[in-house]
Structure formats: C-alpha cells, structure tokens
Design a binder for this molecule. Structure first.
Ligand code: MLT
Length: 360
C-alpha cells in the first residue's frame, strides 16, 4: 500500500537496491570524457525526478513555469535548446501516452531519442537493468526515461548509471510526471494562469480519486503531491482495491460511498482496474460497475460542476461510460495535451540543471 516517505519503496529493497539518499542525484559523464568513464561519485545532478515526494512547491512552480514557457516558445527556437543531446527511453511496460509524449517532448527540444523496449532488445535475452543502463550510457545517452514493472527500479538505474533518470512509472509505486500534468490540468480549470504554487494554492479543493487505488502509481503520486499544495484527496473504491491504511497519508481520506464522494468533488479522477496487477484477486465486475462506474446520471446529480480526469487508458463501459468520457466535463484529452509541456520541462531540467557536490 501507499508508501509515505521519499525513500525507495520496499520492492527496490527486494531487488537489493540501496536507495539513493533523498537529495542525491547524479550527472552524466562530462562532455569529452570517454563514454565508459564512471563519473565522479561526489557530483550529482538535480535533474532526476524519481518521486513527487522530493518536489517542493518551489520546484513544482519552476516545472509549471518552464512548461508554460517551452510550450509558448517558437518551435524552431525551442528545438535549439537541446539540439543533438541524447536521451534514451527505456520501457519495460507498454505505454501510449507517456512514451509518446516524452518522445515528442524531447524531440521538440531538439534532442535525439532512442526507444528501447523489453520486446525488441537484449532485455528479452535476460540482460539486467543495470547492464542495459550502462550500455545506453556507453552509447552516449545523457538521461534515461524509465518505465519498469518493479517499484524502485529508477533508483537502481540512477545509482548504477549516474545519469539523470525520469521515472515514467515504476510498478505500483509512482508516476510523477502524470501527477504534474494532472496538476497543470486542475490549475487550468480552478486557477487559470497560475504557475506559482504554494502550500495553500489548492486549499478548499477536493479531489476524488475512484477505482483501483491499490495498484495505481498515478493515485499514489497524486495523493502524495496534492496535499502538499493544500488539496484534500478523497479516495473511493471497494476494500480489496482500497485498503483502509491508505487514509494514513496526511491530507488523504476514504469515502466508500461513491455518490457521497462525488458530492464533495471539484475534481473527479477515475482509474481503470489494473487487470495485469490483480495477481489472482477475483472481482465481480458487475457489482463493481453497479457501485463505482461513473455515469452521466451520477455526474449530473452529484458533481455537475466538477471536471473529470483519467490518466488513461480508459476502459469504456467499466470505470466510466463512453458518454461521460466524451462529455462536456471531461478533460481527459487536455491531460494528454498537457503531458507534452510538462515532460518538455522535465527533460530540459534533466539535461541542464547544474550538478552539485554531495559528500558520500
Ligand atoms: C500508468 O501507466 O500507470 C497509466 O497511466 C495508468 C494505467 O495504466 O492505468
């Protein structure tokens, strides 16, 4: 269930990963040094984003402002920002939105990208994450965007490669860039024009997240980020998909009655059931739909002013109806659109933030 702190999650320890210290970030080899050279272990980049827990309101504001600036910039000028820099996308799980938007973001800044996915690489032959990462570094990658089924894998990759790593989803743990693009979408609706956030920016805002919370890295990143900005996060779902201890996170509550939860929402975020992570758990889908499916009637009756978010992929007819997904309250495609700007900011930071000294 949800982890509370910034350190790497339990599964990372199971992988024998010693989590990097909270602020420790590493930098790529200096330009001109041989590609295999191990960088100085006492200099670390600040450009990795592994978890939202290390993001302060000030850092979130910097990312939101940079996203806006990059989005507005003339595309030709923007493409000079990271011209010919090299970024690897390392995806061990399938992805449509996250992979494509990271790739378009990096390319929009002029970087060269290469995609390595588990089905078309030596990963299939049993190569470890460490060796794949070192190989990418030797090929000249200056940052790696990683999606991996094991919670904590980005910490291992960062530690072994000493490259900036952007977590594009690690198991059931976190999906920081999704939470940031969700935040941008919420702010566009609730506080248009706001890019500077503080501990009270979302005071009075209730975000209702409904569905398979247990397996959702999107839910976890949102419930760890939004309360830092003053929002109240209300989780809704049946006990097997939403254990009681989720409410131990500060700023997070549970309301199992869906209409009662909706009635409090300015933001309604729906999640799909992550069938690939259910591990034998049997769910009665008809019963689930009867209690938790978002329909036009429910929205109209309990949350007529709220906006609807969903990280995708959406399963029409399961967690929500097609009418609701396509309806006037839906901001699902706006979320997708915001993903490119947020990821441009993250990629740009990964390659440009100055390194700093850290004592081992
Ligand atoms: C994820 O990668 O976690 C997705 O964006 C959400 C999902 O798979 O349901």
């Amino acid at each position: 269930m949800p982890v509370k702190s910034a350190t790497a999650p339990r599964a990372a320890q199971e992988l024998s990963v010693k989590p990097a210290s909270k602020n420790a970030r590493v930098v790529p080899a200096k330009p001109g040094s041989p590609p295999n050279a191990v960088p100085d272990s006492t200099t670390w980049s600040r450009g990795s984003v592994l978890s939202v827990t290390s993001l302060t309101p000030k850092t979130v504001s910097e990312i939101l402002s940079l996203a806006g600036e990059l989005e507005q910039q003339d595309p030709l000028e923007r493409a000079r920002r990271l011209a010919k820099r090299k970024i690897a996308l390392l995806f061990y799980e399938s992805s449509t939105r996250t992979r494509t938007s990271f790739e378009l973001a990096a390319k929009g800044l002029g970087a060269d990208t290469t995609l390595v996915s588990s089905l078309s690489s030596s990963i299939e032959k049993g190569e470890t994450l460490k060796d794949t990462g070192l190989t990418l570094r030797a090929l000249g990658a200056e940052a790696i965007i990683l999606r991996h089924p094991s919670s904590g894998a980005p910490w291992l990759l960062e530690r072994e490669t000493r490259l900036p790593v952007l977590n594009a989803g690690d198991g059931m743990h976190e999906h920081p860039s999704q939470a940031l693009l969700d935040l941008r979408t919420m702010l566009n609706h609730l506080r248009p024009g706001t890019t500077t956030v503080a501990a009270d920016t979302l005071a009075g805002v209730n975000v209702v997240i409904t569905g398979d919370i247990l397996h959702s890295r999107v839910a976890r990143s949102n419930m760890l980020l939004l309360p830092k900005l003053g929002a109240r996060v209300i989780l809704c779902g049946p006990p097997p998909l939403l254990p009681d201890l989720a409410a131990d996170i500060p700023g997070v509550e549970i309301e199992r009655d869906f209409p009662r939860a909706l009635a409090q929402a300015q933001i309604v975020m729906m999640l799909r059931i992550q069938a690939e992570r259910l591990a034998g758990l049997q769910l009665d889908l008809e019963q689930y739909k009867a209690k938790y499916q978002l329909t036009e009637a429910l929205l109209a009756a309990h949350a007529p002013q709220a906006i609807l978010l969903h990280p995708g992929p959406i399963i029409r007819g399961l967690e929500l109806t097609g009418e609701v997904a396509d309806g006037p309250q839906s901001r699902i495609l706006e979320q997708v659109h915001n993903g490119v700007a947020i990821r441009m900011a993250l990629v740009y930071r990964a390659l440009t933030l100055p390194e700093r000294e850290v004592r081992a």
